[in-house]
Design a binder for this molecule. Structure first.
Ligand SMILES: CC(C)(COP(=O)(O)OP(=O)(O)OC[C@H]1O[C@@H](n2cnc3c(N)ncnc32)[C@H](O)[C@@H]1OP(=O)(O)O)[C@@H](O)C(=O)NCCC(=O)NCCS
Length: 168
């Protein structure tokens, strides 16, 4: 059985592993190796250790999906305005997609944002072309809002981010 819970120090290694493996699985075919290696540095254990011990309005902490003591998914979000929550990160173990892990994590974070912080809507950024993520958000009622063309690397289409939102 898979359980969703607030993450603690004992989950740091598992969160890091899921985020890094899922990032490679998501972007390995569309992004350069150099790019991925740079981005996944944010999933280092020291940083995640700091992030699991924090929980406030701006960053509600990491939540994890656990099966037999193993982290099979991780996610986190925070409030970006009075009544607006955002999902900052969500990954399921790449070998375990489409089993409800992402739904469980999103539900828990949505509950936190609504009940503890008064969220009325929820936003997310997603990279254009990420077909491992966009159908998930669509199935949860998120609607496309805008396209964000990065100033730094305008020639690199994979960097274009889409803004999606839904009422919660
Ligand atoms: C996005 C992600 C977290 C979803 O987690 P998951 O455990 O695979 O998702 P679930 O099994 O809970 O839910 C799948 C839902 O999305 C829908 N879905 C997923 N992929 C789909 C696809 N390719 N086409 C249509 N629907 C799809 C399912 O039908 C299901 O809908 P339902 O809840 O109405 O039945 C996971 O797939 C993932 O890690 N993706 C790669 C990383 C990523 O892109 N993260 C988001 C950007 S930060």
């Amino acid at each position: 059985m898979i359980q969703i819970m607030k993450a603690n120090d004992s989950h740091v290694k598992g969160i890091s592993s899921v985020c890094i493996r899922a990032y490679w699985a998501t972007y390995g075919e569309t992004h350069s190796k150099e790019w991925i290696e740079k981005v996944i540095r944010v999933y280092n254990r020291a940083r995640i250790l700091r992030e699991v011990s924090e929980s406030n309005r701006d960053w509600g902490g990491y939540f994890v999906a656990i099966e037999n003591g193993k982290v099979v998914g991780a996610a986190g979000g925070g409030m970006i305005d009075e009544e607006i929550g955002e999902l900052f990160v969500i990954y399921a173990d790449p070998d375990r997609r489409n089993e409800g892990i992402g739904s469980g994590l999103l539900n828990t974070i949505t509950k936190q944002q609504k009940e503890e912080y008064g969220a009325q809507s929820q936003w997310v950024f997603i990279q254009k072309g990420n077909m491992k993520g966009i159908p998930f958000y669509k199935s949860k009622g998120f609607k496309f809002q805008s396209e964000n063309i990065p100033k730094v690397y305008p020639e690199f289409p994979a960097r274009i981010k889409l803004r999606y939102s839904r009422e919660v």
